[in-house]
Write a protein that binds this ligand. Structure first.
Ligand SMILES: *Cc1c(COP(=O)(O)O)cnc(C)c1O
Length: 356
């Protein structure tokens, strides 16, 4: 037996992604939309999918979708690129702007995928940690960018898992501080209604990431997109898998995007349920809740209470949320996604029982 030689050395410190997605009665752990795509849209999707030739390769760039998204954002087709979920584009920024001898600036705690992708591509990581309240240390970031050696950075607004927004004036200062490629990850912008889009025409070093997975109920379909300058997106086209966005997903996303106005009521409900959850958690003893502009809320259990144990007891009661209690900077923290009104009430009820 020859066995197998070891994998590339940069994999040694990486854990395979495990969202602990355990079946439960109430699934409010992954920031998904609690409502599936409405029935009438599903009917239209079925009609569109029936028209496809499965034996043919899909349109590699998904131009039909790019045109819809470009038009909605007042841009040209060449300023939009599609990805197999936002996650593919997060990998592609590391491939295109990272690599050996290149540097990524991260602002932890934030989405851990950024750091993983930098490690996978042998990109050096410079951390500028957030403050105790999870706000960005803006002066430290600007100072570090001004040194001129950062190749790309990603700023998440609202940030996952902490829920707070990034100030648009600060994004503009980042864009002016150097020629670093700045990605604003707006995976949850539909719940905050704040976007860096107005800065796009003025800064070639800005790209904006969006997804169909949260507001548009398509986490299972895998569709994301990025807005940016034609020059920057041309580099992304070089690294992308030519057929990463399949024909079925393209058809589904086209129907959903064309009918995106129908998702507005659901988004409004999530925003009002978020306010209710923030209120109720704020009145719950034994924890600190952090403000959120997204469809999830982070909270920290008081000293003396083990968040991991609370997480397990909630699961035993049928409620799955997300445990961040062992993540650096998020000690003793849990994150709950905003579910349907019934799911949120059930969560609050079980949490209070467990905390007693
Ligand atoms: C969910 C999410 C994404 C994209 O998710 P996809 O399902 O791959 O589109 C990107 N960034 C953040 C911070 C997210 O939470």
């Amino acid at each position: 037996m020859a066995g197998v030689r070891s994998a590339a050395p940069q994999l040694a410190d990486i854990e395979p992604y495990d969202p602990k997605y355990i079946p439960a009665e109430v699934m409010i752990s992954a920031n998904e939309n609690a409502s599936d795509v409405p029935f009438d849209l599903r009917r239209e999707i079925e009609r569109e999918v029936r028209k496809l030739s499965f034996n043919r390769y899909p349109d590699p760039l998904a131009n039909g979708l790019r045109d819809l998204i470009a038009e909605a954002n007042g841009l040209d087709r060449d300023q939009v690129i599609m990805g197999n979920g936002g996650d593919e584009l997060l990998f592609n920024i590391a491939l295109a702007w990272g690599g050996p001898g290149r540097t990524f600036l991260n602002m932890p705690p934030t989405f851990t995928v950024y750091k993983n992708n930098a490690q996978l591509t042998n990109t050096a990581i410079v951390d500028v940690p957030r403050r105790a309240d999870f706000s960005i240390d803006e002066e430290a970031v600007i100072e570090r960018l001004s040194q001129g050696d950062i190749d790309y950075t990603i700023v998440t607004s609202p940030n996952n898992p902490t829920g707070n927004l990034v100030d648009t004036a600060f994004v503009e200062r980042m864009l002016q501080a150097s020629d670093t490629l700045v990605m604003v990850d707006e995976a949850y912008f539909e719940f905050s209604r704040l976007t860096a889009r107005p800065l796009l025409g003025r800064y070639e070093n800005l790209v904006i990431l969006r997804t169909f997975s949260k507001a548009f109920s398509l986490a299972g379909v895998r569709m994301g997109y990025m807005l940016g300058s034609e020059t920057v997106l041309r580099e992304f086209k070089k690294v992308r898998q030519p057929y990463s966005v399949d024909a079925v997903s393209q058809a589904i996303a086209r129907v959903v995007y064309a009918h995106r106005a129908e998702f507005e009521r659901g988004i409004e409900l999530i925003i009002s349920e978020r306010a209710r959850l923030l209120d109720e958690l704020g009145m719950t003893e034994g924890l600190t809740v952090y403000p959120s502009d997204a469809n999830y809320i982070l909270f920290r259990l008081n000293d003396g209470v083990d968040a991991g144990e609370i997480w397990q007891r909630l699961l035993d009661a049928g409620v799955l949320i997300r445990d961040f209690s062992r993540a650096p900077g998020l000690e003793n923290c849990l994150r709950v996604s905003v579910g349907s009104p019934e799911e949120n009430s059930r969560f609050l009820e079980e949490l209070r029982k467990v905390l007693k």
